[in-house]
Design a protein around this ligand. Structure first.
Ligand code: ADP
Ligand code: MG
Length: 386
């Protein structure tokens, strides 16, 4: 790839997608002195509401894409389901990272897991299924224990997944999913889930954050504990695997790699996200440079920032479910605490399972951060501001 000069403050960056990740990137970019344009069809999108320009149009809208190409020096995406050819098209005229090729690997679990295996990166045992006749062989190959059927595309936050205990259940689940391409994956005995968030620059430099420990509830990230309370050799191993993967993909930007640490001590890659990640939100308050600034730096071909942790931290997701009990939560519960940092995404309609915001609790000791964060989480669910 030819070396391009860095895109400096004063220029405009584009973001395809206007969710909370785009919002947090947009805010950081504005602060450093960039103009930001966001493409998202939702007039109330979290990022659209804070960007300098909101192109309120579908992701494949020709005139919006032409505008982005001509008015932005660099464009990135904040979610992986943006059509890869949109990124391809934009890259004819401006810097685009991550690349369409990298995003398309992460868009499809079959491609993703096949890529990982091809590069010697271990995943849970799996088989691809695209028609009913493949189910029996896939089921038997996994040895007949419990398995999880996952749609190859468009799954997130545990959606598009079904736990199956028998071959019949796989048959039923595959039908219920509309017989779209899927992976059938062994349900592994997980001791801990961790993620590694890293940034890789165009010239191959990598800056890696410490391993983050993730606790999921009903398939959705509930809270993240940093540093992960795992054996340091496991944390090192996860970092080495994530860096190896970033190089193998020739990846440019922020990449998140989710791992399962199994009860037998294996470090398996679960999935990857070609963007800043929910489990990296702790970096906003607890690291020298946050993941959104790293995304901006990698995109604009600036030197990457330090990923040094300044304190232990626990990040707690604030889901729409919190509003269900008694309306708007009482934010003073969090704002009163000097060690807690609140981040809300400006979403107007709270829904169960919808990520509305998060808070991060900072403490010198990780166990103290965890106790305090969980106590605040509990207090928040008991107090409504109305
Ligand atoms: P999503 O795209 O929805 O995040 P994941 O594949 O990461 O999908 O699955 C969500 C969660 O479900 C994981 O974080 C993990 O807790 C659980 N899970 C997924 N696959 C497996 C598996 N093979 N064995 C055990 N648990 C799993
Ligand atoms: Mg996941």
């Amino acid at each position: 790839m030819t070396h391009q000069p860095p895109v400096l403050p004063g220029h405009r960056i584009g973001i395809v997608g206007g969710g909370q990740l785009g919002r947090m990137l947009s805010l950081v970019a504005s602060e450093i002195g960039y103009d930001v344009a966001v493409l998202d069809p939702d007039p109330e999108s979290p990022a659209g509401r804070v960007a300098d320009e909101h192109l309120c149009a579908p992701y494949d809208d020709e005139s919006a894409l032409t505008w982005l190409k001509t008015h932005c020096q660099a464009v990135t995406t904040e979610f992986e389901n943006v059509p890869a050819d949109v990124l391809e098209q934009l890259s004819s005229q401006c810097i685009v990272s991550p690349s369409a090729a990298a995003v398309s690997i992460a868009q499809d679990r079959i491609q993703e897991k096949t890529f990982l295996q091809r590069h010697g990166l271990q995943t849970a045992p799996f088989s691809a299924i695209s028609q009913p006749s493949q189910i029996a062989a896939a089921w038997h190959a996994l040895g007949g224990g419990e398995a999880i059927l996952k749609t190859a595309r468009m799954g997130y936050d545990g959606k598009g997944q079904s736990l199956c205990g028998t071959q019949d259940e796989v048959d039923q689940a595959f039908r219920a999913m509309g017989e779209v391409p899927c992976v059938l994956e062994e349900r592994v005995a997980i001791a801990t889930e961790v993620s590694i968030v890293l940034a890789r620059s165009q010239d191959g430099q990598v800056a890696c954050y410490p391993a983050a420990e993730n606790v999921h509830t009903r398939g959705i990230l509930d809270y993240t504990i940093v540093p992960a309370r795992i054996n340091p050799s496991m944390a090192d191993k996860a970092q080495v695997l994530a860096v190896k993967l970033a190089h193998a993909m020739d990846y440019v930007g922020v990449l998140a790699v989710e791992f399962f640490i199994t009860k037998t001590g294996d470090v398996l890659i679960n999935e990857i996200a070609p963007r800043p990640h929910n489990s990296g939100h702790f970096t906003q308050d607890a690291a020298d440079t946050c993941q959104f600034e790293q995304q901006l730096r990698a995109l604009c071909q600036l030197p990457l920032g330090s990923t040094q942790l300044r304190s232990a931290a626990v990040m707690v997701n604030l889901m729409g479910d919190l509003w269900g009990v008694s309306g708007e939560p009482d934010w003073l519960v969090i704002l009163r605490d000097e060690q807690a940092k609140l981040h809300l995404y400006g979403k107007k309609v709270p829904k169960a399972g919808r990520k509305m915001g998060h808070f991060t609790y900072l403490a010198e000791d990780v166990e103290i951060a965890l106790d305090k964060a969980l106590a605040l989480k509990q207090a928040l669910s008991e107090h409504s501001g109305r």
